[in-house]
Ligand binder design. Structure first.
Ligand code: F0G
Length: 487
């Protein structure tokens, strides 16, 4: 792993500690429940961390979506919002920022990332057509398959390897991509999508060089290239710190260059911009017009797209702040701390460390739990038991069943411990590493889980499950021996 050049303030002691370039001026009280209460709570939540009430969660590492800490400048901007249904100044301010940051003339507002995916899928995907992507995201895939479309994934083999030295595991495998296009025919491909950074394979980035190759090939074939920029902040940080040619480029230059390679860019403003919204940007009037009419139909009038003007103001400032290295470096640096602390304790995590969060490899952590008993789901429940920490299953549970009803076993079984920007202190990160380290020493006690209620679509959100045995009782018992306070 290259030593990170953005640990800019060196400790005289030689310790490798990322220093926060912000201070907390408003905080939220959180509570750590007794382990017996945690067992009751996770049972009531159907062993699904999505269904845990936040009051019972100590460290909420479910996601960074909509829960990044906002800056004082974002809060201040919210007071200046121009609240009107049509033509608000707030919209024009946001549109201008998008034009400057992405260099795209047109911006369609939408209430969040999946709303953009709905508009994109409805505008471009015909039944039977493919969307080629480096790796799918849950909601992206659901919108495409709902319309009879199909997904082809063109990441390289390293992407599914949890241990790797490939610094850009999100990259397209160009040979795989090109032969798929040749076999399938351009007319059967609705669009090509790059998710940068990637979500489900562990926050892994895509290099600029790879995006350029994909773009040049798409342009030579007349294929439309779409960028999912939801995790852009992490990805531009990794381009700057891992891709030699970009070391001395500013983040603003990196975004503009990336943007020039794309036909359409969309994003979840719950991630990018640290607010709650989203949008689609394009330099092409033709693409803009093709999608435009769906915004008032599904989202709201063209100058708010389902967002409150206050959130739009916050997003406006948040997107500009994404160009500040001291702001975008915080998550990847904390991911690195959590990853390396866990590795010191032998816990298997995805490497190289990515953005978004630290990803624990459940296939290696609980290698005795079969994939049909959802090892990552079981581990996520166990992590809540061991520390009141809420992570997210990213494995077979997050997949859809095959059309014949059989399980679609995921290529990876991960528990994501998201690190929302500027939310947690370093001691909380150390606590998480400690409790997961404890759990690793007692991993043989962890068993599988099975559905008691399984929804047909996006089952991971609302499905409820039960343990296949009394393993949770045994785990609680062991915890109380080592931590008699139950905390
Ligand atoms: N694309 C990517 C890469 C995402 O990570 C997400 C959301 C979306 C699209 C959808 O955006 O939630 O605003 O509708 N990811 C969240 C997560 C849910 O927790 O990783 P949304």
């Amino acid at each position: 792993m290259p030593d990170n050049i953005y640990k800019r303030v060196a400790f005289f002691s030689g310790q490798s500690i990322p220093l926060e370039m912000h201070k907390a001026r408003m905080v939220q009280r959180i509570y750590l429940r007794h382990i017996k209460d945690r067992q009751e709570v996770i049972g009531k939540a159907g062993n699904n961390t999505f269904l845990l009430p936040n009051r019972d969660v100590f460290l909420d590492m479910l996601t960074d979506s909509g829960v990044n800490a906002m800056s004082e400048a974002q809060y201040a901007a919210m007071l200046l919002a121009d609240d009107s249904y049509a033509g608000s100044e707030t919209f024009y301010r946001l549109e201008k920022t998008i034009q400057e940051v992405f260099g795209t003339e047109y911006y369609l507002p939408a209430h969040q990332g999946r709303a953009c995916e709905n508009i994109l899928a409805n505008s471009y995907v015909k039944e039977g057509q493919y969307v080629v992507t480096n790796f799918h995201f849950t909601t992206t895939k659901a919108h495409i398959t709902r319309l009879g479309g199909k997904i082809f994934e063109a990441v390289g083999e390293d992407a599914a390897k949890t241990v790797s030295s490939n610094l850009f595991k999100g990259n397209y495998d160009m040979d795989k991509f090109k032969s798929f296009v040749k076999e399938t025919g351009v007319e059967n491909i609705a669009f090509v999508r790059i998710e940068a950074g990637t979500n489900l394979i562990g926050g892994q980035p895509v290099s600029m060089a790879n995006m350029r190759e994909v773009s040049e090939y798409c342009r030579s074939q007349g294929l439309k290239l779409v960028l999912d920029a939801s995790l852009l902040a992490d990805n531009i940080y990794f381009i700057k710190t891992r891709e030699k040619a970009y070391e001395s480029k500013s983040l603003a230059e990196i975004v503009l260059e990336m943007s020039s390679l794309m036909d359409i860019i969309y994003f979840s403003g719950r991630k990018l911009g640290c607010a709650r919204g989203g949008g689609i940007c394009t330099a092409s009037k033709e693409e803009f017009l093709r999608m435009r009419d769906l915004v008032p139909l599904y989202e709201g009038f063209l100058t708010y797209g389902g967002m409150s003007v206050r959130e739009m103001e916050a997003m406006n400032v948040g997107i500009k702040e994404t160009l500040d290295i001291d702001i975008v470096s915080q998550t990847p640096l904390f991911v690195e701390v959590l990853g390396s602390e866990l590795e010191k304790k032998g816990v298997p995590v995805v490497t190289p460390y990515g953005g978004l969060g630290c990803h624990v490899d459940a296939l290696r952590f609980v290698d005795h739990v079969p994939q049909t008993e959802y090892p990552a789901g079981a581990l996520a429940a166990a992590i809540y038991l061991a520390g009141g920490i809420r992570g997210m299953e990213r494995g077979t549970l997050s997949e859809q069943r095959n059309p014949d009803g059989s399980e679609h076993l995921s290529s990876m079984e991960l528990v994501r411990l998201a690190i929302p920007k500027r939310v947690f202190s370093l001691s909380q990160i150390m606590y998480a590493a400690d409790r997961i380290g404890w759990l690793y020493e007692h991993r043989h006690l962890i068993g599988g889980i099975k559905f008691s209620d399984e929804p047909k679509t996006l089952r991971f959100f609302l499905g409820t499950l039960v343990p296949v045995s009394d393993w949770q009782d045994k785990l609680v018992e062991a915890f109380l021996k080592d931590m008699p306070s139950g905390l």
